[in-house]
Write a protein that binds this ligand. Structure first.
Ligand SMILES: NC(=O)c1ccc[n+]([C@@H]2O[C@H](COP(=O)([O-])OP(=O)(O)OC[C@H]3O[C@@H](n4cnc5c(N)ncnc54)[C@H](O)[C@@H]3O)[C@@H](O)[C@H]2O)c1
Length: 256
């Protein structure tokens, strides 16, 4: 288990799914975690779950579409624990739409929530990491940045942007000893996908098809993504920066 004792982490979208699993994993490794999420009830529950295991956490109602909220999160972590060592940019919304059908409001919503949010939080947190002498930033991307899936134009564009921003930020921040990496999950059974399946014309057909698309023959678990987040957040990955690690059961390399 990587030792994150005395480390301080901000995890966006930490109320549920991959963000919640990552926040719990970081807290179990000893980090104090600021749970940043727009969902007050689930966010408070995630904080309570961390504390119930003996971890340290605070919850701050945060909308990642707001620069002021990103600033407030950074300030709250520093006020509570004096620094920020780890930033996990995880919050996102899954809004589908074929490229020549999606409307501009949906496009802008996805890009602001899923991509510009990553820049907002890096912009607010990185200056503190610079002063502290280093840090680790982990962005949650998707295999959708690497392969085309029908009907996800804005979402895929946002994730492709995250991959480019990860590499760019890694180069910009390397002199300050801040590492920036991304995790690209395959299909993970979280509330996000439960909603996608609920809204599908034939949910079981979609579930079967997506399961079969992964060479390992199944969806992943949020905890399996959190393991890689934990690795990238910790000093065990001290010579890795600008990397995009797939946690996808082989989805992106399937050839037939
Ligand atoms: N589940 C998958 O199959 C899958 C696959 C690839 C990538 N991802 C990525 O993993 C990350 C987490 O996905 P998940 O499946 O756990 O999603 P989820 O919907 O289960 O959880 C997302 C969390 O983000 C929060 N959130 C949404 N909009 C927000 C906003 N404006 N401000 C603050 N918080 C906000 C939600 O309240 C929720 O707690 C996302 O970046 C997603 O794109 C997921």
């Amino acid at each position: 288990m990587p030792d994150l004792d005395q480390r301080v982490a901000i995890v966006t979208g930490a109320a549920m799914g991959i963000g919640r699993a990552s926040a719990l994993a970081l807290a179990r490794a000893g980090a104090a975690v600021l749970v940043a999420d727009v969902d007050e009830e689930a966010g408070a529950q995630a904080r309570a779950d961390i504390e119930a295991e003996g971890g340290r956490a605070i919850f701050l109602r945060t909308d990642v579409r707001s620069f002021a909220d990103a600033e407030a999160c950074t300030a709250a972590a520093i006020e509570a624990w004096g620094k920020v060592d780890i930033l996990v940019n995880n919050a996102a919304r899954a809004i589908g739409g074929v490229v020549d059908e999606i409307d501009e409001a949906s496009w802008n919503e996805v890009l602001s929530t899923n991509l510009t949010s990553v820049w907002r939080f890096i912009r607010c947190v990185a200056p503190h990491m610079r002063r502290q002498g280093g840090g680790s930033i982990v962005n949650i991307s998707s295999v959708q940045a690497l392969r085309g899936f029908h009907g996800w134009a804005a979402y895929a564009a946002a994730k492709g942007g995250i991959n480019a921003l990860t590499q760019q930020a890694a180069v910009d921040l390397a002199p300050a000893r801040i590492r920036v990496n991304a995790v690209a999950p395959g299909t993970i059974m979280t509330p996000l996908n439960e909603k996608v399946f609920r809204e599908a014309a034939d949910p079981q057909e979609l579930i079967d098809r997506w399961n079969a698309a992964h060479p390992l023959g199944r969806f992943g678990e949020a905890e399996e993504v959190a393991e890689t987040v934990l690795f990238l957040a910790s000093d065990r990955s001290s010579f890795i920066t600008g990397e995009i690690i797939r946690v996808d059961g082989g989805l992106a390399i399937k050839g037939d």
